[in-house]
Design a binder for this molecule. Sequence first.
Ligand code: ADP
Ligand code: MG
Length: 331
Amino acid sequence: MLEITLNRKKMSLLNVRNLSTVFETSGGRTIHAVDNVTFSMAKGEIMGLVGESGCGKSVTALSILKLIPNPPGEIISGEIIFNGVDLLQLSESQMQDIRGRQIGMVFQEPMSSLNPVLKIGTQISEPLTRHLKMNKNLSLSRSLELLEMVGIPDGKQRINDYPHQFSGGQKQRIMIAIALACEPALLIADEATTALDVTVQAQILELLKDLSDNLGISLLIITHNLGIVARYAQRIAVMYAGKIREIGLATDVYRAPKHPYTAGLLDSVPKLKGKKLTRLNSIAGEVPDPTDLPLGCAYNIRCTKVVKKCNTEPGLSVHTTNQSYACWNPL
Ligand SMILES: Nc1ncnc2c1ncn2[C@@H]1O[C@H](COP(=O)(O)OP(=O)(O)O)[C@@H](O)[C@H]1O
Ligand SMILES: [Mg+2]
């Protein structure tokens, strides 16, 4: 029995293969927002997806959920195998059964996801009655259980409160309760803690990690802050201009990054020296215009290690079994 459980844990839950998602601009140009992205997640694994703003993290998440607005967007190729099924082959009504039931999501702005005129009890019950067909009593007791699980005290009273009666951190906890209501196999947290102050950020991430550990939920943490995920994720994928540039065990990527972009991101994480917070070094230059990427490696215009060959695109090469990178002149 134990062996079966262990094998199950190692099984892969999500396999994203050669995923490409584009947007057509009004000017008739194409943005390759997600370009040939491949990664997998094991059951119960916590994975960090990091990169600067505009590099394709949210479009990756929205593609997995098949929530890309069409037009202007379209998933043009690839496979998203979730629990053995290619989501790209499913109908919209089949996807509606997967979203919120098997894949939960938490986004940056709880205020735009929570309905301001509905009591939070009603909002937590909604997925329970919709997906699990629970009756009123059952969904109420499950809602109280969920509130307790995400660390909101006095659930019995608070269940009748409205979103504005909660702090930013509490609202994000409620969003997590809603996302976890049906015990999904995968939870995607897209910049879920970005709007919160540093202490609350850490508390929410700690909560997500505990929930993942205790319930065996796989967690995809999306953030522009590599410092945040290094502590919580087992593996990290670094994205830049639509492509994964480096992927590997968090400890390896953090201690010995191979891609100069990963090193640049690490360098931009504020560090404590004694009691002083050292200044941020941001990566020189800007993320290139997505409709007008440079030839070859899209990082070549900013890279300190650029060589001639960088005007051609490097593929992902395997450094160790636990770490791959796409760079001609790695660190
Ligand atoms: N609805 C949309 N219409 C047009 N372009 C979009 C849309 N959503 C995202 N994009 C483009 O896709 C690229 C990746 O965006 P996104 O995944 O949101 O980045 P981030 O890594 O900050 O989450 C960006 O160039 C962005 O402008
Ligand atoms: Mg985003």
